[in-house]
Design a protein around this ligand. Structure first.
Ligand code: XIL
Length: 356
């Protein structure tokens, strides 16, 4: 006979998956500063892990050679500590959202100086407070070649080892992650595994791989995701899904023969649900999340954390990318901070009592 407790409906994502993995969300400035009561209550109720969506990126935290701005990053850490959450640092080395002065660097020596000062200062400041760092973000292209970023162009692939070694020294307790998108797909996965093997063979510390998980309900490749979990874990690494969201909107890159000058921004075809999401799409979203979470649960022994890239649909970056001004619905909570059908389908995987 089930105990009374077991029969009770689970009250939150973090509660439901507490024996499986952390459930996280990305926080923007308004969340960190607790501007919206409903959002704040939701964050505290549902999630036990947080990532700063933008405020630890170099453009924000290190705007000039000799100037750092820690205001929101410090507040983020305070928020997480106050609520006893897993704190994920994001990100130390990334080609995007770089401050202007970095784009102007021309020599390998200057870039090394930047990397050293940046990682020592940022990882050093939060040493012992963060659970993990995304040390390097997005260093590999979809075809498996190294991205020709300023870091690669001036330092070659050694910049990756350099970053991990600096981070390990500056914050010995944090788990160190390599983070990327599409790294579940075969070509990129293979190149990532080679890169990690080299890194480990050279004596560097790396603890995990972050699979961002920016996917679409129209092209979710479950087999790639499962293979990636298994293969990364076989390297002795933890796996986390660090930026999960499922777009429900058409992808401009899928439009065969699309005129590159076409104005996607004001095209109703590209923004089909400006008012609300039709039931049929809501149901598909719920099914896709359910399929995904079944895989996550099957491999919960290898997975540390599932973090959604945003709190609720209103705040998702996918309303503005890759086409500006659209209305997207990629998360588990709607614009009123209410749980969607997708929330229920994910929770039902753990509920002992069916939803009535
Ligand atoms: C995005 C943020 O969500 C946006 O607010 C910002 O304008 C651009 O960056 N991969 C990453 C994240 O690692 O940091 C990105 O976040 C999304 C893609």
């Amino acid at each position: 006979m089930q105990s009374l407790l077991a029969q009770q409906r689970l009250s939150s994502l973090k509660e439901a998956f507490k024996s499986d993995f952390f459930i996280g969300t990305a926080l923007g400035a308004e969340h960190i500063l607790e501007k919206n009561t409903k959002a704040n209550e939701l964050i505290i109720r549902e999630f036990n892990a947080i990532t700063p969506e933008n405020h630890m990126k170099s453009v924000n935290i290190h705007p000039e050679w000799n100037r750092y701005d820690f205001f929101l990053a410090d507040k983020f850490v305070e928020f997480g500590q106050k609520n006893k959450m897993y704190l994920a640092g994001h990100t130390l080395v990334w080609h995007s959202q770089l401050p202007n002065f970095v784009h102007k660097i021309k020599s390998a020596d200057s870039l090394k100086l930047f990397l050293t000062d940046h990682i020592n200062t940022v990882a050093g400041r939060y040493a012992g407070k963060l659970n993990s760092w995304d040390v390097v973000n997005e260093a590999i292209e979809d075809d498996g070649t190294f991205r020709k970023s300023i870091f690669y162009n001036l330092l070659g692939e050694d910049f990756i080892k350099m970053a991990f070694d600096l981070a390990a020294k500056a914050d010995p307790k944090a788990e160190l992650y390599y983070n990327d998108y599409n790294n579940e797909q075969p070509a990129k996965r293979k190149a990532t595994i080679e890169m990690i093997k080299k890194l480990k063979a050279s004596g560097s510390k790396i603890d995990g791989v972050g699979i961002q998980g920016h996917w679409s309900i129209n092209s979710l490749k479950l087999k790639d995701i499962e293979d990636a979990i298994v293969e990364y874990a076989a390297l002795g690494l933890r796996v986390s899904f660090t930026e999960l969201d499922l777009t429900v909107l058409p992808n401009p890159w899928d439009l065969k023969g699309a005129d590159v000058n076409q104005n996607f921004e004001n095209s109703p075809k590209m923004n089909p649900y400006p008012k609300e999401l039709p039931d049929s799409v809501q149901t598909t979203l719920a099914q896709k999340y359910e399929e995904l979470f079944k895989i996550f649960l099957k491999h919960q022994d290898k997975i540390d954390r599932i973090t959604f890239w945003g709190v609720a649909d209103n705040h998702s970056w996918l309303n503005g990318w890759p086409v500006r001004g659209r209305t997207n619905y990629p998360l588990l909570f709607d614009r009123n901070f209410e749980p969607k059908k997708a929330y229920t389908s994910v929770m039902n995987l753990k509920n002992t009592k069916p939803n009535l």
